[in-house]
Write a protein that binds this ligand. Structure first.
Ligand SMILES: [Zn+2]
Ligand SMILES: [Zn+2]
Length: 130
């Protein structure tokens, strides 16, 4: 029951979002959209006939998404920390601040290896306004 309700709400959201973000042109052929049309959450819209068999994923974004997945997979092999790093850079609006934060952490962890040894600095978060 709850699943159905959640799904209904999601569909409702999709509908309202689609109304807001709807493009008036088909991404594939750039002609004005008419029905039947397919709208993806990536804000790309297509004629159903332009999508052909592929209605599950946006052809504009799917290749990109796949390469991201591949990149993610290779990163997982090398280092999980690095993967997390890239995730954070990707998900943040300003990737540079994340990079700066990581650099800051690296510098701090190096220099804090002083006589107080195990006492890692807990005041790292002050550099957020960078
Ligand atoms: Zn089209
Ligand atoms: Zn797309």
């Amino acid at each position: 029951m709850e699943d159905v309700l959640a799904m209904r709400k999601e569909i409702q959201d999709l509908r309202t979002n689609a109304r807001i973000f709807q493009l008036s042109k088909c991404t594939a052929c750039t002609f004005t959209l008419d029905l039947p049309a397919v709208h993806f959450m990536c804000m790309h819209s297509f004629h159903q006939r332009c999508l052909g068999d592929n209605e599950k994923e946006c052809p504009e974004c799917a290749p990109e998404y796949r390469s991201v997945l591949e990149m993610k997979r290779s990163l997982e092999q090398t280092s999980r920390d690095e993967d997390q790093f890239f995730q954070q850079v990707k998900s943040s609006k300003d990737g540079f601040s994340v990079i700066a934060e990581y650099y800051g952490k690296g510098i701090i962890s190096k220099t804090s290896n002083g006589p107080t040894g195990t006492q890692r600095s807990s005041s790292i978060s002050s550099s957020s306004g960078f």
